[in-house]
Design a protein around this ligand. Sequence first.
Ligand SMILES: [Zn+2]
Length: 548
Amino acid sequence: MPITPEPSSSRKKPFSLNLVQFCLGFSILLAALYNRPLWRIVSAEFSTDNFAGLLSFSAFCVFLVLIFSLCLTLVFFRYTAKPLALLLIISSASASYFMSNYGIVFDKSMIQNLLETDLAEAQELLNISMLGYFSYYAVVPSLVILWLPLNYHPPLKELKFKCISALAFISLAVLITAAFYQDFSSLFRNNREMRNTVVPSSFIYYTSRYLSGAYAVMNIVAQPIGEDAVQTTTNSSKPKLTILIIGETARAQNFSLNGYARETNPKLKQQQIFNFSNTFACGTTTALSLPCMFSLYNKSNFSTEKAEAQQNLLDVLSKAGVNVLWRDNNSGCKGVCERIETQPAQTYRNEQYCNQRECFDQVMLNDLDSYLSEKQGDVTVVLHQKGNHGPAYYLRYPDSFKQFTPVCTTNQLQQCQQQSIVNAYDNAILYTDHFLSTVIDYLKDRQDQYRGAMLYMSDHGESLGENNLYLHGLPYFIAPETQTKVPFILWLSQSFSDSDKLDRQCISAKQQQRMSHDNLFHSMLGLLSVQSSVYDQKLDMLASCRDL
Ligand SMILES: [Zn+2]
């Protein structure tokens, strides 16, 4: 009797899994390998040294695996299962690497920051231990998946099988939730940030949201604001030269001007500056804070989508007739400088301030004179610093600023003593102190031609290992003050404060008042004597010190 061979797809191999078994197994792998921060939270909530805690902990493990399996069952089909599994492994390994090593959680601004990071910054994050981590958490599981034989039912039977399994997963998950309702609800209530630690769901959710948001924004033309902006004339014959410096990752706490025990502001303390020591950032990442600082929206109603759909401070200044220039030593202006003059870094590059990798912030002052010589009237120059960009703080300053030692010279912060991380960070602050003071000297040297002013504000702070947190980017409501409190410094030449009738004592008296990024927009309009319906005097921190 002839034997009809079975279709090869359904022929059982000695060891093989069907699709539902594969979903279950793969879910266990995802939960176990890539969710260390999540398990840290769950085990802290359910103390596993007693039976009840252990039971709740186990229930949560099973619950998570069921939910993963349910989702995977819906997308894993004959031709999608293995490619999707590989994609998930690689992205989960990357996500969990950053989360375990830097204590970050995923949210929209973190994804935005990662996707908008430039090549040089990305190289800085890559290192040998990351490769080791990758071979263990990405390469080995990928090889196993590639090797693993899967067997499939005929399409209709497969579909039926999937439906029954999905129903079983969901019913079991509901049962477990009902049985452990008290425990689970306190877990979720006490750890609201927990959902942002679940790999892969957190980064899938935020990446897709980011992508859909970014696509939407591409079609948007920024709505004009401040069409009525005009500069009121003063009796001075000298134009104003305002240099606005956007700091990077500098936290207020490490400025000796703000009471830090270590002398990190030896140069600024000798300048006649105003130091606003109680200033808060709009966000905890560059991608959020930078557009927010220049936006008419305040922290309370700001979103990057809204900000991109509207013109900003720089547009209003330039409509009023101020010459505005943006120079960048960081990874770009995040859309803020889109409609104003920018200069490519090559045009003012000077080897004196650069090495093969990058240039130090001082390069941004190079050859500024030739720009100024071409302009009539008031000028505002925005300098976007590299500042204290981490984790490689030790690369941010020339050797002569290596004053606090020993210094952490790896981007693997966990391998360093906390003090050596702080040392590297403080050396970078020391260099910013020098840079800002150099800008002030630059303005002083041109007092015959210009009424000079310098304003410096950092975009957000940083965690340097306190409570095991590194870098920045935590959601604002749980972010420590080290990430949200930023330095804010103003310097005004005598001729500037005289012509604008600014009472210097009155400004000094405001130095301890609470300030924020919200003040930048209106204070800059005030400094440049721009009148417009968008100007809000209440947010101009100098308004009450101006004698009109
Ligand atoms: Zn930043």
